[in-house]
Design a protein around this ligand. Sequence first.
Ligand SMILES: [Zn+2]
Length: 262
Amino acid sequence: MITKGKFLLLDCAEFRSWLSKQKITRVINKLQVHHTASPNYTTRKMLKGIATQDHFACLEGMRDYHINTNGWSATGQNITVFEDGKIAISLDRDLNKVPAGMAGANTGMLCVEIIGNFDKGVDKITVAQKQAVIHLYACLVERLKIPIDTDHIVYHAWYTSKGVRLNDYTQGKSSKSCPGTNFWGDGNTIASAKKSFLPMIKDELECLGKEELKMKKEDTNAIIDKYLKPAWGAAKTAADKQEIGRLADELRVASGQKKQNG
Ligand SMILES: [Zn+2]
């Protein structure tokens, strides 16, 4: 975790615990999905899959553009995800500040920018960035209690330049192609979001839930195998056997496993 200037740079694995410590003081019920278009993998000076440009130089470059060219008060996005999976928080646009992500539609939203240009024929998202993006959205929906659907996790391409929601990405009506016509390898339509992006967030959220279980699966199964099974074998009545089976199932459920005794 490094702070420099107006940015905090986190390893992907640090994000969930960092987020759990933040005080959220505004209503956030939608998460925007953007690609930066520029900066991208070319301006990041990728060499054998690794960017040679400093993370903070990239972040400061965006901040400078947003303030001095766009005339905004601060960096537009709340969060940025890098090609190596690192996650940056804009300290001048912390989570409690409404972002400048989509004109006319920012209230109640959080803006996440994914570094790269994911239009067809340009950057192909790295595995590390994919994993970080999925983890990030899963952590956000978990913390902010946001449903995983196309009404709440929204692509920039589904809005007009005035912030009016469209039924889908519509060339000529959509403000931009953002997060890219080949985003996630699927595209930027509603159907493409439903195809693998949203299901992957759901899967990751489920994994996060399992991490929180207090009992480890290995310990649980050791207790069942070493103690409960012999006790079951020695039990004299059907009622005793049934009770031991019930207790074993309680342990299984507590460690995220399925019941075996009905
Ligand atoms: Zn965008």
